[in-house]
Design a protein around this ligand. Structure first.
Ligand SMILES: NC(=O)c1ccc[n+]([C@@H]2O[C@H](COP(=O)([O-])OP(=O)(O)OC[C@H]3O[C@@H](n4cnc5c(N)ncnc54)[C@H](O)[C@@H]3O)[C@@H](O)[C@H]2O)c1
Ligand SMILES: N[C@@H](CCO)C(=O)O
Ligand code: NA
Length: 443
């Protein structure tokens, strides 16, 4: 579809919160440059909000543009920018926008990870674009590099820090030695963590992003329910200290891996905290920054780094998508549709190949090391390193009850075998406490 040279492209904005107000302001402030880059004028025809009458003086638009009738607004737009979030009524609004011929730009990771195929099917049916660069890692260009720039390569792994709130919390735990609960309170007081931080700290936000990354990287449908998810609420100061002793840090990682098996390729998609060496590119990602590390056969290793959240950074990604879909309107053609031809199976977590770092508080007496080693062997888990150092004294405080700390790092093994090993270790009467268990990534 080509825009006529006289009629400006009509842009509708759905939502005027943190991201929406930045999008509106930047659309207005940069309208001349954006029009020049698109090759056609455009017009902001309306902004759907939940309630009228709020003070929106920070959004430099004609107040008459605000409307509570999102459904009517989408029917008179060429491009609909969605920054409401959530599943409904957003999905219905986007489907009706596409049905009336509008291309869609969205930041909505939750909806894309829940039901991306339905949106893609609608975009195909109606010959319109569906772009969502802002949905993963905010300002960082990562989806279009995977979908377009690397379309000729074979991606084997995508591993990223894709949630700024949890990275901020883990980074502060690392630098202060404080525990999880008090660090979240600090993050909330500084405005990094929301009053209800569940979506971030329990890993739901990162899991949605992992599903989107895996779908694009492996040409396979992966939805959020297929992503193994562990958050950071159980990460302790002891875990952080154990990582530090190894020259590592704990990060909440979204990991998407192509897995070769005798019976054919599969993918593993998971979100969990893991130790990663400080020397790894992801190990040096501080504060609320995001980063995504991609490995591809021909390209080798690629690193993408930047701001994953915030009004203006997220709006940057959205405006990039707006310009791209607007260019398609002007010049004809469309961006890539859904690519799910590979249709690889998604492995359960137990079949993922992981490494564990395990710290044990053990009784310091003959045979303990042998019993621990035998437990690993029984589960067919190979030990990479084991270190022992004197531990805390026993409850009685005498030498007899003195303990030792055993730190074991394993080779890669099926995650199910590793977790069964930890359970069996905990049941040994010579193991007084399993102090810390953490997966290890990025060797
Ligand atoms: N905030 C970020 O840093 C960030 C980063 C990347 C992606 N995102 C995504 O961008 C989207 C918006 O996030 P946000 O932080 O701006 O949220 P927000 O809560 O600040 O804004 C959402 C706005 O939508 C409005 N809204 C709700 N229902 C509506 C409806 N039916 N019609 C019109 N307006 C309605 C709300 O009143 C609110 O003002 C979400 O999908 C989010 O996941 C946000
Ligand atoms: N809440 C997210 C930002 C939006 O994806 C984060 O902390 O990274
Ligand atoms: Na992005």
């Amino acid at each position: 579809m080509s825009a006529s040279s006289s009629a400006p492209l009509r842009v509708a904005l759905l939502g005027c919160g943190v991201v929406g107000s930045s999008v509106a302001r930047l659309l207005v402030e940069h309208s001349g440059d954006l029009a020049a880059r698109i090759g056609a004028p455009f017009e902001l025809v309306g902004i759907a909000v939940r309630r009228l009458g709020r003070d929106r003086s920070d959004v430099p638009v004609d107040p008459s543009l605000f409307t509570t009738d999102a459904a009517a607004l989408v029917s008179r737009a060429d491009i609909v920018v969605e920054v409401i979030g959530g599943i409904e009524p957003t999905r219905d609004l986007l489907l009706s926008a596409m049905a009336s011929g509008a291309s869609v730009v969205s930041a909505n990771k939750a909806l894309l990870a829940e039901d991306g195929p339905t949106l893609y099917a609608a975009s195909d049916r109606h010959g319109v674009d569906l772009y969502y660069e802002a949905a993963v890692a905010g300002a960082i260009p990562i989806l279009r590099p995977i979908r377009d720039s690397l379309a000729g390569d074979r991606i084997t792994k995508v591993i990223g820090i894709v949630n700024g709130t949890t990275n901020f919390v883990l980074d502060k735990m690392d630098s202060t030695g404080a525990g999880f609960a008090e660090t979240v309170e600090v993050a909330q007081s500084l405005g990094y963590a929301e009053a209800d931080p569940t979506a971030d700290v329990e890993g739901f936000d990162a899991a949605a992003k992992a599903a989107i990354l895996a779908s694009l990287a492996f040409h396979t449908r992966v939805d959020i329910h297929q992503v193994h998810r562990e958050g950071i609420t159980e990460v302790t100061a002891a875990d952080i200290a154990a990582a530090d002793e190894m020259g590592a840090v704990v990060k909440l990682l979204a990991i998407c891996e192509r897995v070769s098996r005798p019976e054919g390729e599969a993918v593993s998609v998971r979100v969990h905290p893991a130790m990663i060496p400080r020397t790894h590119p992801l190990g040096s990602v501080r504060d609320a920054f995001n980063a995504v590390f991609v490995e591809a056969d021909a390209a080798g290793e690629l690193m993408f780094y930047g701001r994953g959240a915030g009004g203006d950074p997220t709006a940057s990604a959205i405006l990039g998508d707006v310009v791209e879909v607007a260019r398609h309107r002007v010049n004809g053609g469309r961006g890539a549709g859904e690519s799910a031809y590979a249709d690889l199976p998604v492995l359960p977590m137990g079949a993922a190949s992981t490494r564990y770092h395990i710290s044990l508080d053990v009784a310091d007496r003959p045979g303990v090391l042998a019993a621990v080693a035998a437990t690993f062997a029984e589960h067919d888990v190979s030990i990479e390193t084991v270190r022992q150092r004197p531990g805390a004294p026993g409850e009685s405080g005498d030498d007899e009850a003195a303990g030792a700390t055993l730190v074991v790092v394993t080779h890669r093994a099926p995650d199910a075998a590793l977790s069964a090993t930890v359970e069996a270790l905990g049941a040994l009467d010579t193991v007084r406490e399993v102090v810390s268990v953490m997966r290890v990534e990025g060797e």
